[in-house]
Design a binder for this molecule. Structure first.
Ligand code: HEC
Ligand code: HEC
Ligand code: HEC
Ligand code: HEC
Ligand code: HEC
Length: 168
């Protein structure tokens, strides 16, 4: 069994990387359930990215804040606004706002926010663009394999296939 796995791993390692997946950048902003603006929250409310995207647990994911966190301010701020009333009803029913996702790699890919943003200190902008200046988000930076590998090569990080393709 072990030998079989080794042979399979070697065969995988020797395959040339696939052609880059086509990614149209900049992407189109998806329709969102609430008119949430990063610009307002980063400039007017003076929040830091990590106040909301806390990289909890092992920090693989940046994470999206819970509605109860938003309500910490919005029980008072703009509570008459229809948008905030919609937010409040999600919070009251303990339902997650169904935000449309923008950046995503397939589940088979190993990617850790904590390693890139905390340990290696890459700014969020490097991979997501100037989010703090945006009212609506859209995909502005690539997440395809070629883009991962280019930065790994530039920083002498490994580009072995099983570095990003977990081979468990
Ligand atoms: C630190 C306080 C704070 C937190 C936490 C916060 N907000 Fe806000 N939010 C604000 C401020 C300040 C404004 C701007 C109010 C204004 O225009 O006068 C705002 C505006 C908004 C608006 C626009 C409301 C309108 O009708 O103009 C929405 C929607 C909103 N926030 C959603 C959220 C969501 C969703 C979260 C959680 C992910 C959140 N907020 C967390 C302070 C906060
Ligand atoms: C008040 C909380 C709050 C703050 C502060 C905040 N965000 Fe967000 N972020 C959200 C919410 C809510 C969403 C989902 C809605 C959306 O995409 O606009 C989101 C979405 C995102 C996404 C897209 C996620 C996806 O679907 O792939 C990125 C990237 C992101 N934020 C980066 C940042 C960066 C970088 C900063 C700092 C400059 C920041 N955020 C500050 C609440 C916040
Ligand atoms: C080296 C590139 C890189 C850096 C640096 C980076 N991200 Fe990401 N981000 C990604 C990738 C790739 C994804 C898709 C991850 C997935 O699908 O598992 C993503 C997804 C997200 C998401 C969607 C939710 C999630 O956790 O998957 C948010 C929110 C986000 N990033 C915020 C941030 C914030 C805030 C920072 C800075 C503290 C940051 N990112 C730094 C590459 C990066
Ligand atoms: C901005 C540059 C940059 C980008 C973009 C980037 N990486 Fe990295 N990555 C690094 C560096 C530097 C390291 C640290 C290598 C080390 O410590 O030896 C790293 C480490 C890793 C690790 C090892 C993590 C661990 O647990 O130690 C994985 C897996 C990884 N990257 C996957 C990815 C994937 C997948 C993408 C694309 C979606 C990506 N990276 C994009 C720079 C980058
Ligand atoms: C630095 C991280 C990284 C390394 C190293 C890496 N990959 Fe990938 N690979 C990715 C990411 C991210 C994707 C998904 C791209 C996307 O979202 O479309 C991917 C996708 C793929 C796919 C699917 C292609 C497709 O059409 O979606 C194959 C096959 C693949 N990789 C093989 C390899 C092989 C073989 C190697 C070694 C030569 C390798 N990868 C090394 C990150 C990496």
């Amino acid at each position: 069994m072990r030998l079989f796995l080794l042979v399979a791993a070697l065969a995988f390692a020797q395959k040339p990387p696939p052609p880059p997946v086509e990614e149209k950048l900049p992407g189109t902003p998806p329709e969102q359930p609430l008119a949430f603006s990063h610009k307002t929250h980063v400039t007017a409310a003076k929040l830091k990215c990590q106040d909301c995207h806390t990289m909890s647990g092992e920090g693989f994911q940046a994470g999206i804040p819970k509605e109860s966190f938003c309500m910490g301010c919005h029980v008072a701020i703009k509570k008459e606004s229809p948008q905030i009333q919609k937010l409040a009803s999600f919070a009251k029913e303990k339902k997650a706002v169904p935000w449309a996702r923008i950046y995503r790699v397939p589940d088979i890919i190993w990617f850790s926010h904590s390693v890139h943003a905390k340990d290696k200190g890459f700014a969020c902008d490097t991979c997501h663009g100037p989010v703090g200046e945006r009212d609506v988000l859209f995909k502005e930076k690539p997440t395809n394999m070629t883009s991962c590998m280019a930065c790994h090569a530039a920083h002498k990080a490994s580009n072995g296939c099983d570095f990003c393709h977990a081979s468990q």
